[in-house]
Design a protein. Structure first.
Length: 410
């Protein structure tokens, strides 16, 4: 099979890949750019929370991939098997090999459902649901509406995950639906969090703790879901308990079983094997397995003709679409700089945004950068729940995504 060559090769046509491709066409001939992407459809995933609450049809979050690839850019409908960065080459599952001058890794992350024992084949039935997949988001809405009372458990896995606020957003919407349907008084709603805090930014964590108190939701920290016994409707968690013995912190792990009637599952997440096992990933520290890029320039630390964007990057930010919107112009300009013999000129400050839905018509818009630094767009207290931010989330951001971000206009 003949070796194909392109100037810029992009891995993945999700938010980062498409946004970057659209911007690159302003600097390069489209024929000099290629995207490897096997999927037939592109999804606006932030709306899946509202799909899961029955407010939006899932079809509104989907567009044909052919309509997303910028005109003139080569779409290679294949999957990545291996990245050979030392050889400036990518091997596809089909056996096709593509060489490149510059590589942009925009592969997103992998939902590691297999890490939860007993889940396979049971999602969408036996009380198990999730908004983290296209088909399952709609099933989640149906299961929430059909809930007649009992134990409803919502799971937050270990970070990093994409859209770390989503596991509790769907919980707050479900709580409102339970109340509307008259079953909340016969229900116990529980939020299990693998970590020690409800949200990583303290000022917004304070807001959310007030929300769970107001809604009478029980929160269990240091609980990681590891198994579901679907037939018995039992969820099994690892519970971490920390004690100090002779001045040394020790962590004890025991197993806790919880009965459920409804269990909203969010799986652990990781980079794809062709990133984590390619020599392109961090091999130690908190970013182990994720793409080894500089957190400011998004340039690979070892291979200067490789860049990254989006969820695959090993940077200490929150993995959201808003982060990608900020990263796209930075990574493209830095790639162009390097192509022209210059050092990268722009820096990413870690900006991310999470519209924290706390109920129907209520959103606290969390905007922050590296080290949790608050970076509000609007000159008001964004830790407060606001209807205006609900309108932004539900109606305005999807338009900005399709017509602005995905076309390279914003």
């Amino acid at each position: 099979m003949a070796l194909q060559h392109v100037k810029v090769l992009i891995l993945g046509a999700g938010s980062g890949g498409v946004a970057a491709a659209a911007r690159l066409t302003k600097h390069l001939q489209p024929r000099d750019i290629a995207i490897i992407e096997p999927a037939q459809y592109h999804y606006y995933q932030p709306l899946w929370t509202l799909v899961g609450a029955g407010l939006v049809r899932k079809e509104k979050t989907q567009k044909p991939m052919a309509a997303m690839i910028p005109d003139g850019v080569l779409w290679i409908q294949d999957s990545v098997k291996e990245v050979k960065a030392r050889d400036n080459k990518v091997v596809c599952v089909s056996g096709k090999e593509i060489s490149y001058e510059f590589l942009l890794v925009a592969t997103g992350l992998k939902l590691d459902w297999a890490k939860i024992k007993g889940l396979e084949g049971n999602l969408g039935k036996n009380g198990l649901c999730s908004i983290y997949q296209y088909q399952d988001a709609e099933k989640t809405a149906q299961m929430i509406q059909a809930f007649k009372g009992g134990d409803a458990i919502f799971v937050m896995p270990p970070v990093p995950i994409k859209c770390a606020g989503a596991p509790q957003k769907i919980m707050y919407l479900a709580d409102d639906i339970f109340r509307k349907n008259g079953v909340r008084q016969h229900s116990r709603v529980t939020f299990t969090v693998a970590g020690k805090v409800i949200f990583g930014v303290p000022s917004f964590a304070a807001t959310l703790m007030k929300v769970v108190e107001r809604k009478k939701i029980s929160v269990h920290f240091s609980h990681k879901l590891i198994e579901v016994k679907a037939a018995e409707r039992i969820a099994v968690f690892e519970r971490a308990t920390e004690t100090v013995v002779n001045g040394e912190a020790k962590v004890h792990i025991d197993l806790v079983e919880m009965n459920y009637d409804l269990l909203h599952v969010v799986p652990p997440m990781r980079a794809h094997e062709y990133v984590s096992e390619s020599g392109l990933a961090f091999t130690s520290g908190p970013q182990t397995g994720w793409l080894k890029v500089d957190q400011f320039t998004l340039q690979h630390q070892d291979h200067k003709n490789v860049f990254g964007i989006g969820d695959v990057t090993g940077v200490p930010n929150s993995k959201t679409g808003a982060a990608i919107r900020k990263q796209a112009p930075i990574v493209v300009q830095n790639m162009i700089d390097v192509m022209n013999g210059r050092v990268p000129s722009l820096q990413y400050d870690g900006y991310s945004s999470c519209p924290l839905i706390t109920g129907f018509g209520k959103v606290a818009l969390a905007e922050f950068g590296y080290d949790g630094k608050l970076m509000p767009t609007f000159p008001i207290d964004m830790t407060k729940e606001r209807r205006s931010m609900w309108i932004l989330k539900k109606d305005l951001l999807p338009v900005m995504y399709w017509k602005g971000m995905m076309t390279g206009k914003m």
